[in-house]
Design a protein around this ligand. Structure first.
Ligand code: TYM
Length: 332
């Protein structure tokens, strides 16, 4: 079985619809066909300031949501990044073969550090992508299921793996991004020019999966469309409507042309009302399942402990090989 690996940050609290459609949904599907490793990336989370209590709670919350979304600990390996110390260890090695200029070109760092003010951004935020490189290479992943915004980090992973292999001998598998075209980028419901994200200027365009279903329905009904009335998929001319069609299509398994036909001659109101209902039907059981996992932290923690043990077996083998190649003296 080919191997996949991916990760999600715990910081946000609730996952948003972009996280789910862009990534987590694919994680669930890939556990059937791949040897799958998925993690909650708490080491990445502390690249920006975190409240310790909230970080711990959000880490469990993220794991609970992943299980609620359909990850099955019998079919995949689900773990917390800091439970596997090899991530930080390999990251150090990869830091030392990365150029300063190369790291400076990472667009996500540029965006995030601009938001925080360059002087306040941590060195951890700067080396964030290199930790992600280590995450992926440790598991010799063939594919990495993510949204479009992660593509550059996977390209960096390939570059650094190629460099390491060239310098020290074949060690790492070169991973490919696994990005589904339809859901690569889910847009903000109020501003369909930007991706849906926690850092949106208004919460009205952000669908948090754990919000009150009623609030979610309201957000869908007040989504920005355009002054036209025709329901047609056209990202350039009708980004708002196209985004709604994508979401509707993926959540119901109906194709976009089928939806265009269904809503021919009907207004945006009909589309939004129906999509609001689809969304409520999706988030209601999701919230309930998440709560069930949270109500039983012992079971949750034991799933994560088993996951960490399985992950560590793989990660330790790769790290040992990398250490040996680099020329570290083995500890007796
Ligand atoms: P994170 O936590 O920001 O996001 C988790 C996943 O959600 C996807 N995503 C989206 N997809 C489509 N439309 C959107 N609007 C949208 N917003 C978010 C992201 O692309 C991501 O796949 N650096 C990563 C976490 C990470 C990782 C890794 C991923 C750490 N190590 C190793 C893969 C492999 C991140 O911050 O994702």
């Amino acid at each position: 079985r080919p191997r996949v690996l991916s990760g999600i940050q715990p910081t946000a609290g609730s996952f948003h619809l972009g996280n789910y459609l862009g990534a987590v949904r694919q994680w669930v599907a890939l556990q059937e066909t791949h040897d799958a490793f998925y993690m909650v990336v708490d080491l990445h989370a502390i690249t920006v300031p975190q409240d310790p209590k909230e970080l711990r709670a959000n880490t469990r919350l993220a794991a609970a949501q992943l299980l609620a979304a359909g990850l099955d600990p019998d079919r995949c390996t689900l773990f917390v990044q800091s439970h596997v110390p090899e991530h930080a260890q390999l990251a150090w090695v990869m830091n030392c073969i990365t150029g300063f200029g190369e790291a400076s070109r990472m667009t996500q760092f540029k965006d995030k550090s601009a938001k925080q003010g360059a002087d306040r951004a941590s060195v951890g935020l700067f080396t964030y992508p290199i930790l992600q490189v280590a995450d992926i290479l440790l598991y010799q992943a063939h594919e990495v299921p993510v949204g479009e915004d992660q593509r550059q980090h996977i390209e960096l992973t390939r570059d650094l793996a190629t460099r390491f292999n060239g310098r020290f001998g074949d060690t790492f598998t070169l991973p490919k991004p696994y990005i589904l075209k339809e859901t690569a980028k889910i847009y903000d419901l109020q501003d369909p020019a930007v991706k849906m994200s926690k850092s949106a200027s208004t919460p009205k365009g952000l669908i948090n999966l754990l919000d009150e279903p009623k609030a979610t329905a309201k957000k869908v009904k007040s989504a920005v469309t355009d002054t036209d009335t025709v329901i047609r998929y056209d990202v350039a001319e009708k980004p708002g409507v196209s985004n709604l069609l994508t979401i509707y299509s993926v959540l119901t398994g109906t194709t976009v042309p089928e939806l265009e036909e269904k809503y021919a001659g009907k207004g945006y109101g009909a589309l939004k009302t129906d999509l609001a209902e689809v969304m409520v039907d999706f988030v209601t059981p999701f919230r309930e399942r998440t709560q069930q996992y949270l109500d039983d932290p012992e079971t949750l923690d034991s799933i994560l402990a088993k996951g960490a043990e399985k992950a560590r077996a793989v990660a330790a083998e790769t790290l040992a090989q990398a250490y040996e190649r680099v020329g570290f003296l083995p500890a007796k």
